[in-house]
Design a protein around this ligand. Sequence first.
Ligand SMILES: *[C@@H]1O[C@H](CO)[C@@H](O)[C@H](O)[C@H]1NC(C)=O
Ligand SMILES: *[C@@H]1O[C@H](CO)[C@@H](O)[C@H](O)[C@H]1NC(C)=O
Length: 283
Amino acid sequence: MGCSPILISLSILSCSALILAGDFRKDIDIVWGSDKAKILENGQAITLSLDKASGSGFESKAQFLFGKVSMELKLVPGNSAGTVTSYYLASKGTMWDEIDFEFLGNLSGDPYTVHTNVITQGKGDREQQFRLWFDPTVDFHTYSILWNPKTIVFYVDGTPIREFKKMNTKNVAYPEKQAMRVHSSLWNGDDWATRGGLVKTDWSKAPFTAYYRNFEVQDCDWSAPGSNVSCGGGGPNSWLNEGIDENSRKRLKWVQSNFIIYNYCNDAKRFRLGLPTECVVMN
Ligand SMILES: *[C@@H]1O[C@H](CO)[C@@H](O)[C@H](O)[C@H]1NC(C)=O
Ligand SMILES: *[C@@H]1O[C@H](CO)[C@@H](O)[C@H](O)[C@H]1NC(C)=O
């Protein structure tokens, strides 16, 4: 069954592969620093702030098993060193799965770091970090996470920056059994985010504010973890079957050769007993 690309609201289940145009008033809960989170533009936008007393954060009410999530973000401008704007998917429990974007602020004029990680069954240590090819504080840019049964792809403005594929080996767990929620927060990470605490957050510049808008989730119609996911077969153009085509593969290579600043797969010093399986085994 085809699914029209028109954005439909969650209440209208007119096709089984669901696209949710998010309304921050209905679709999220503010779970931290509620006095510092502000929903604007009839639910189409939200701002999170951070001051010395606290940061703020929200999570989606819905949880889903596989999906494609997109959000437009405009990051904390100026001297944002020490601030961390996070945007990720995560399940719960000690064997949780998580797919992370974290944006590490910097001194005025110095570039942000985009930090990514994939945690499966509670095991992470899969960091890749990037620079961006634009200043992420001037305009909104779209950051997306594709999570389907075959692959996880991180996108910036539609350009894939990182892929984590399901491996043919059981030695590398893939997130496929636990539903996740979308989470976002703005917090003080100055003991970690600035090269191990080298630079401290300048509280005289507080409050720091990050802007979010056009939250969109394409997910499956499913009721409980373990039940069968129904996405109407998806179709060749559905996110459910989405992979990286030849053109996007070139873009991914461009990012991976020009903008990556840390890749755990190249960190032999850190993994003295050998690099993680997914770094060395061809799929
Ligand atoms: C801040 O900018 C400096 C200079 O370009 C860079 O070395 C450092 O990694 C940046 N820090 C972060 C957190 O991105
Ligand atoms: C899921 O699909 C399998 C195979 O089609 C079927 O045997 C099973 O009963 C289904 N489970 C649920 C919870 O619908």
